[in-house]
Design a protein around this ligand. Structure first.
Ligand code: GLC
Length: 488
């Protein structure tokens, strides 16, 4: 697997969680998995036992010989190879956001491919995650298609979020060595005809493609969710799959989570209550056991539904609820939340930061967990919330639709509150339904119990990935190369 993020070394979101937990599940099934990640300047290996400098090589790149050094770390039955280079990787503390990110991730992807070669390790499948790795399927099908080391290597490209595509100027054509084939015509945007799109390359060239939920796999075939690449995805529909993410149920376990004031399980729900008090205290809200406490752990981005939250918040506060939001993101949302917390100190708490312990405390201490996303490829927050007994309120999109069944009091079924239209009124309606049922302790407890009993482990999905790897190998052997000229 090749990825720009890996929990705990480099993380901005769910991608990092998946990379830490899927290989573990695959290794348990007997697969030999290695994960290549960049060793950014901020990667902290203190206390991590590793094999330093397992190999070194020079990679010709952008007119220079770039020295590459590899360190290996053994984690949960699989190996992580950290790729280090001074110019593009270790002198940059951040993961993303440098003007030469196009070259940086081209370099990283190329170095990852060379790493397999240098270590003389021949993977059956290179599993590429998100745009940063989109060039690997491209190389395997073009420049490297006759390389004996990769003669039997298939590629799988996983889209964790289609919105982030990696758009760069055409100088990437030269550094990637793909200049002879030229740019690929953009399927919908003539104005992007001179832009190099990493994500499009992954989609076009991978033997198999998948996204992180079945529903999102269907959604991205439409213009509303396709972020301008839907025609390309429709062309590849027979090879496009949806496999739901799991969570690491050992790491996310309310019976053992080191950050919780009180450990509990579905059989010992009464021990959950101290976590609510601890959370209220930690974020400076009045400690009130009977006031419904709403939680959110999120990137503060438009597509996470921040506008819906802000528009409906006055009504939610009118109902007497408390809200705690943890996350970082767009400055306008950070400011709005800070102001709301100042204006309503007894009801709103805003933690504008990245904070794993507080995240756990929110999952374990809140009553209701909000995810009003405009789109959500899978979403891990609702899965963690359910496992920790916080009842999710979600919009019926992507993985949220696939994992949260709407509560129906008449039949005593469902694990959360679902609304359909992306609209503040509809969102508020779902929150209001949740607040109503919250007052009926028996019914509420049964909702929590159903959510906590749900299987969100990787078991089923890891088996699905294993099948898809096998299919990718078959495709690799039988499918002709894509025709660049008709790619659009
Ligand atoms: C991205 C998506 C999220 C998904 C995660 C892991 O962060 O936005 O929905 O759960 O990747 O696949």
């Amino acid at each position: 697997m090749v990825s720009a993020e890996f929990d705990p070394f480099a993380k901005t979101g769910g991608l990092a969680d998946v990379l830490a937990s899927l290989p573990k599940a695959l290794a348990r099934r007997g697969l030999d998995v290695r994960v290549a990640i960049p060793r950014y300047g901020s990667v902290d290996l203190t206390g991590v036992s590793r094999r330093p400098g397992i190999a070194r090589f020079d990679l010709p790149f952008n007119g220079r010989q770039e020295p590459v050094r590899l360190d290996a770390v053994e984690i949960d039955g699989f190996e992580v190879v950290l790729i280090d280079n001074e110019h593009y990787v270790s002198t940059r503390p951040g993961i993303y956001g440098y003007p030469d990110d196009g070259h940086r991730f081209t370099f990283f992807a190329r170095a990852a491919l060379e790493t397999a070669r240098v270590l003389d390790w021949r993977p059956d499948v290179i599993h590429c995650h998100d745009w940063h790795t989109g060039l690997i399927p491209n190389w395997l099908r073009t420049t490297d298609r006759h390389a004996p080391e990769f003669a039997d290597t298939a590629s799988l490209f996983t889209i964790h979020n289609l919105e982030y595509q990696g758009h760069f100027d055409s100088s990437v054509l030269e550094t990637s060595g793909l200049a002879p084939d030229g740019l690929i015509p953009h399927p919908t945007r003539p104005d992007l005809s001179d832009v190099f799109v990493f994500m499009a390359r992954g989609i076009l060239f991978a033997d198999k493609i998948n996204t992180v939920s079945p529903r999102y796999a269907r959604e991205i075939l439409t213009p509303d969710f396709g972020h301008d690449l839907d025609p390309l995805l429709r062309d590849r529909e027979p090879d496009l799959h949806g496999i739901l993410n799991g969570i690491d149920i050992e790491a996310y376990n309310p019976a053992a989570d080191p950050y919780l004031a009180s450990h509990y399980a579905v059989e010992t729900l009464e021990r959950r209550a101290p976590n609510k008090a601890a959370l209220q205290q930690a974020v400076d809200l009045p400690v009130q056991p009977d006031v419904p406490l709403l939680g959110m752990v999120t990137r503060l981005a438009e597509h996470k539904g921040m506008d819906l939250l802000l528009a409906s918040l006055p009504h939610i506060l009118d109902r007497g609820a408390q809200l705690v939001v943890l996350g970082i993101g767009e400055p306008r949302y950070e400011e709005a939340l800070r102001e709301l917390a100042l204006a309503h100190p007894n009801q709103v708490a805003a933690a504008i930061r990245f904070d794993n312990p507080l995240a756990s405390q929110i999952y374990a201490g809140s009553d209701i967990f909000l995810m009003p996303s405009r789109h959500e490829p899978c979403g891990l927050g609702q899965l963690i919330a359910m496992r920790y007994g916080s009842v999710p309120v979600v919009r019926a999109t992507g993985g949220l639709a696939d994992t949260v069944e709407d509560v129906n009091p008449a039949t005593d079924t469902g694990v959360g509150f679902v609304f359909r239209r992306y609209d503040a009124i509809d969102f508020f309606g779902a929150v209001a339904r949740a607040l109503e049922l919250y007052r009926i302790p028996d019914a509420w407890t049964r909702i929590i119990q159903r959510g906590m009993s749900r299987d969100s482990s990787w078991d089923t999905s890891a088996a699905a990935y294993e099948r898809l790897y096998a299919e990718a190998l078959t495709t690799r052997r039988t499918q002709p190369l894509p025709d660049l000229a008709t790619a659009s």
